[in-house]
Design a protein around this ligand. Structure first.
Ligand SMILES: Nc1nc2c(ncn2[C@@H]2O[C@H](COP(=O)(O)OP(=O)(O)OP(=O)(O)O)[C@@H](O)[C@H]2O)c(=O)[nH]1
Ligand SMILES: [Mg+2]
Length: 192
């Protein structure tokens, strides 16, 4: 495992809360409930990020300090209809301000739910990241819920929808498939 030590550094609700940059940083984004916080916990080897079966659990930018020199950031999910307009506005301002601030970001891990069709919001998020010249790694989540044949087809769809991504990695935090590969990708990007 790449992560040897993890601490909650800052739970940022406003731009003023963002911590001082460390050596490097990678971020985890995706629709609400796609499994961002669960995946971080799997990479940490312990439950540090809050998870929930109801969407909209993560409501801030949660900066975890790992191995005393890097940040991994857990983002609030997009595409969740049930939050108030004001709250959604606050999240999108927070997320946009994150990208306008200078950070030592090495890569963005964009999580996409393998159980459902690729959503317009996923493609929009992907294109938005590409337009900002981000290195994007697509993580196809919850593959324990998808039959092998369907997964092969799904991966082809993702290759088309996310052409230009650095990589597409299928994972499950339940069966733990793909976690080893993801762990080594994380190390690669954080240390590059
Ligand atoms: N079957 C299955 N369920 C998963 C997997 N990963 C996460 N989940 C479940 O999906 C739900 C949402 O997980 P979270 O990790 O809280 O999702 P999130 O993307 O952080 O959600 P928000 O913070 O609301 O944006 C929880 O009920 C998890 O147990 C997986 O690999 N397989
Ligand atoms: Mg979360």
């Amino acid at each position: 495992m790449f992560v040897k030590k993890v601490e909650l550094d800052v739970d940022a609700r406003r731009i003023a809360d963002f911590p001082k940059p460390l050596k490097s940083e990678v971020i985890f984004l995706g629709r609400s409930n796609v499994g961002k916080s669960s995946l971080l916990n799997a990479l940490f080897g312990r439950k540090m990020a809050k998870t929930s079966s109801t969407p909209g659990k993560t409501r801030s930018l949660v900066f975890f300090k790992i191995n005393e020199k890097y940040h991994l950031v857990d983002f609030p999910g997009y595409g969740y209809a049930k939050i108030s307009k004001a709250e959604r506005q606050r999240w999108s301002e927070l997320i946009e301000s994150y990208f306008t601030t200078s950070r030592p970001r090495k890569a963005s891990f964009l999580l996409v739910d393998s159980r459902i069709p690729i959503q317009k919001s996923d493609v929009e998020a992907y294109e938005w990241l590409l337009a900002m010249e981000e290195r994007v790694i697509i993580v196809s989540t919850k593959i324990d819920k998808v039959k092998n044949n369907d997964l092969v087809r799904k991966m082809k769809e993702m290759e088309r929808a996310f052409a230009g991504a650095e990589d597409i990695i299928p994972v499950s935090t339940v069966s733990r498939k793909g976690l080893k590969e993801l762990d080594s990708k994380l190390r690669y990007y954080v240390e590059r």
